[in-house]
Design a protein around this ligand. Structure first.
Ligand SMILES: Nc1ncnc2c1ncn2[C@@H]1O[C@H](COP(=O)(O)OP(=O)(O)OP(=O)(O)O)[C@@H](O)[C@H]1O
Ligand SMILES: [Mg+2]
Length: 301
């Protein structure tokens, strides 16, 4: 039986029906954007939500994490979607080995998008218009959630994702400079709202790779939580992803930890995150929209 769709996710304002499009963003590298995007995609799929993961990172780690090779991805990848005006979303979609979970794979060619699109007016809106076309087409398959993995920079690819997305999740590690990148991100989102009519909202900040045995991690987590709650509101997900070797082992094996080690605490945490995300998106209240907090130009310093 199909689970309740993530309806009402964007408060009825989504340009894609009721489907949330969630970008994983942080210009800081190695904060578990990809790991979180991949495992949350898998957890949503396991909850019977039809999920599409879009890999917008030239490193294409999300693609590899699902065991898809570059050879398999060539010709139906995100690069084609962004650079070829008449290349529809459905042509880029590939199934994964996980039920209910498809992917638009990424390859290193994504790094050329900046150059390929340099003369294009409105290039930041390419993904948004492809998603809109997809939703207008009566022949298209439908998804309950679309998750987009972004590269570790605020470049054209990330701006493309932010322009298309209805929500974003910002993974952070409990390191001293964790919030620095968020200030810049806040400014960029404000600009997107003003200049491109993007309607993205912050769904939450996800603490990842947390080491509860390290006093500094605990201290920084408290500081981070206090600061975010004081200055922005209840943004920090109560689910915390702890540091665990099974995550990197699963990555090396080309399968999300959720499938490779389903009993592990990391897998359990990503399932809990899926429930929290569904709750925040309003699925728990019969599809009524739970207002997601809006990230304005306010900065955290
Ligand atoms: N909970 C965890 N415990 C241990 N290692 C983890 C955990 N989450 C992620 N990692 C590892 O940390 C590294 C960085 O993770 P990941 O690639 O998801 O980060 P990222 O933010 O996507 O990086 P990039 O910015 O380069 O795209 C990977 O080797 C991954 O296996
Ligand atoms: Mg990544």
């Amino acid at each position: 039986m199909a689970a309740k769709p993530l309806a009402g996710a964007a408060g009825g304002e989504s340009p894609y029906g009721s489907t949330p499009v969630i970008a994983f963003v942080n210009e800081k590298g190695g904060v578990a954007k990809t790991t979180s995007c991949v495992n949350l995609s898998a957890a949503l799929a396991q909850r019977q939500h039809r999920t599409l993961c879009i890999d917008l990172d030239p490193q294409s780690n999300a693609t590899t994490a699902f065991g898809i090779s570059t050879e398999e991805a060539i010709g139906r990848e995100a690069h084609c979607l962004l650079t070829m005006p008449r290349f529809p979303l459905e042509r880029a979609v590939m199934p994964t080995e996980i039920a209910n979970l498809d992917i638009v794979p990424g390859t290193a060619r994504l790094a050329d998008c900046d150059k390929a699109l340099v003369m294009e007016v409105g290039r930041e809106g390419r993904l948004r218009s492809k998603l809109r076309e997809f939703y207008r087409s009566v022949l298209s398959d439908n998804y309950d959630a679309i998750l987009v993995d972004c590269p570790p920079s605020l470049d054209l690819l990330t701006v493309t994702a932010l322009t298309a997305a209805t929500h974003m999740i910002v993974p952070v590690t409990t390191k001293f400079y964790a919030l620095k990148g968020m200030a810049l991100l806040g400014d960029i989102v404000a600009t997107l709202h003003e200049q491109l009519g993007a309607s993205i909202r912050l769904l939450g900040i996800l603490v990842t790779m947390f080491d509860k045995k390290t006093a500094l991690d605990t201290t920084i987590y408290r500081l981070l939580k206090d600061k975010v709650e004081r200055e922005f509101g209840d943004y920090i997900f109560s689910t915390i992803i702890t540091k665990s070797v099974v995550v990197s082992e699963a990555e090396a094996g080309g399968l999300p930890v959720l499938l490779r080690e389903p009993e592990s605490s990391a897998a359990e945490a990503y399932r809990a995150l899926a429930d929290e995300v569904m709750g925040r998106l309003g699925a728990d209240v019969g599809g009524a929209a739970a207002p997601a907090p809006e990230l304005t130009g306010a900065t955290v310093s």
